[in-house]
Ligand binder design. Sequence first.
Ligand code: AP5
Length: 230
Amino acid sequence: MGVAPARKALGRALIFLGPPGAGKGTQAKRVASQYGVPHLSTGDMLREHVAQGTELGGRAKPIMDGGGLVPDEIVLGMVEERISRPDCEGGFIFDGFPRTLAQAEALNRILDRQEFGRPAVIYFRVADDVLIRRLTGRRTCKLGGEIYNIYNHPPRVDGRCDNDGGELIQRPDDRPEVIKERLAAFEKQTMPLVGYYEALGVLEPVDGAAGISDVARSVAGILSRIEAIN
Ligand code: AP5
């Protein structure tokens, strides 16, 4: 895929919604760099707290290790603080947030307060067997966070990031028994958001089971359409 023109206008909150392993992070990194806006992964923020040993990280770690969802008030506080920073003025991409109806409703209020208006929501649909294979094969760069997969998107040198040579690691929650819990949490707590955003008229489904470049093309098509409408 060619390099997209830099710094298009996003000017809104873009939400990447989908189950664990759907490719939200992979696509969010691409779109964030094309539009020059921050990629806000609540999972990455929480893992950062865990790595730094903060009080918040201490509360989140056992929940994340078990595949459950961290309480709404922890996540909402973190998100509201983050999007009030100046680098979010031109819009931003949420990856893995919101994940409960309470988070989605609170986000609407935050976006109103910060005068962002309605978000756009891209929903990545992928079947469970595909998700399990992707998650067990995922490796992430310890330095820059670049995402690989040993089955279908391997690095050039085994165990090392193509970009910066950083060590590639496996996430602790990518063990099969935790993946099962994460998929169950998605089904129960996050799936209702599909109907919620559909009713608001802002849901854009994509076939997330297609290859990475094909999914990227679908996402780009949706974003061009949204830009043309607004
Ligand atoms: P989080 O970090 O958000 O994890 P997740 O939602 O489970 O999603 P993943 O990061 O696992 O998957 P992804 O969709 O980004 O896929 P990726 O692009 O990496 O959350 C972790 C935990 O934090 C949660 O369990 C919870 O405890 C807590 N948390 C986070 N946010 C929270 C919130 N809002 N509220 C409460 N708790 C919260 O791709 C996966 C693999 O597939 C990669 O190897 C990639 O190379 C490959 N791949 C991607 N796309 C394709 C493709 N199209 N074809 C083939 N392979 C592909």
